[in-house]
Ligand binder design. Structure first.
Ligand SMILES: NC(=O)c1ccc[n+]([C@@H]2O[C@H](COP(=O)([O-])OP(=O)(O)OC[C@H]3O[C@@H](n4cnc5c(N)ncnc54)[C@H](O)[C@@H]3O)[C@@H](O)[C@H]2O)c1
Length: 257
């Protein structure tokens, strides 16, 4: 039996990077997975790979712009029907825009806040009615170490990921107070090898960019998608049944300094 056998997980931003890695890892451990992404073709490709590895009917793909309430309502309803329920929500889709407080445009501020924060609000608001029907449920929100530690040049990324951190706790307390068996926790990675780092790779070249980032990490290198997928697996599984309103920092030691 897999560690999440029988679980039914909905993962946003699952066409690539950490979302795709989480979907693959959950499927390996017995879950059904719904991959939702604004890049529907990409989500379909990853779902097809998962089905090829674990059998047809393991993975499903849905188009979803996480900033759109109407699309959330439709995608969750479809995923619940396809998987025969919903017990795990992974709010993973997220973007970043650089620029310090004086450089950042208001349009970029609103875009990042919407993709990173509105998504968690909308997804959780509409998923809870399904999650409470399939207890124990788990909400896993992908924040960032940048939600706990600020930098001079990422005000909107810092603010959005800090919002996800505390929103996760508020959701946890709401569910606990209501006696709803749904946990809510956040994950805080440092730099992980995904396409989100491509702008930096384009500026400095792949090796130099990764070395530059690695020098900021006490362990000396950036992380792999599997490092985060394993944390998602733990929080999605009943192994974490006494953990709610908490944060898991996967930062190679950065926050220990
Ligand atoms: N990789 C890192 O270094 C790192 C570190 C800390 C936190 N994170 C967080 O992890 C999450 C995943 O990051 P990643 O590295 O896999 O990024 P990524 O850019 O590789 O993938 C992000 C995915 O989200 C999708 N997406 C973007 N906007 C969307 C929208 N409006 N609706 C639906 N889907 C949308 C994209 O199509 C893409 O498939 C993000 O929330 C990111 O902030 C990443």
């Amino acid at each position: 039996m897999g560690r999440v056998a029988g679980k039914k997980a909905f993962i946003t931003g699952a066409a690539q990077g950490l979302g795709a890695a989480a979907a693959r890892r959950l499927a390996e451990e017995g879950a059904k997975v719904s991959l939702a992404d604004i890049n529907h073709e990409g989500a379909k490709r990853v779902a097809a790979e998962i089905d090829a590895a674990h059998g047809a009917g393991t993975a499903f793909a849905f188009p979803l712009d996480v900033t759109r309430e109407d699309q959330w309502i439709y995608a969750l309803e479809e995923a619940d029907a396809a998987m025969g329920g919903l017990s795990v929500l992974v709010n993973n889709a997220g973007i970043s825009r650089g620029g310090n407080i004086e450089q950042l445009s208001y349009e970029d501020w609103k875009l990042v806040m919407s993709v990173n924060v509105d998504s968690v609000f909308l997804g959780t608001k509409h998923a809870l009615k399904y999650l409470r029907q399939n207890p124990p449920g788990s909400i896993v929100n992908i924040s960032s170490i940048a939600g706990l530690i600020a930098a001079h040049n990422s005000p909107v990324y810092n603010a959005s990921k800090a919002a996800v951190w505390l929103l996760s706790k508020g959701i946890a307390l709401h569910c606990a107070k209501q006696g709803v068996d749904v946990r809510s926790n956040s994950i805080h990675p440092t730099y992980i090898d995904t396409p989100i780092l491509d702008p930096l790779r384009q500026t400095f070249g792949k090796e130099e960019a990764e070395a530059k980032l690695g020098r900021q990490v006490p362990l000396g290198h950036i992380g792999e998608p599997a490092d985060i997928a394993n944390a998602v697996l733990y929080l999605a599984s009943d192994e974490s049944k006494f953990m709610t309103g908490a944060e898991l920092k996967l930062d190679g030691g950065i926050s220990a300094m």
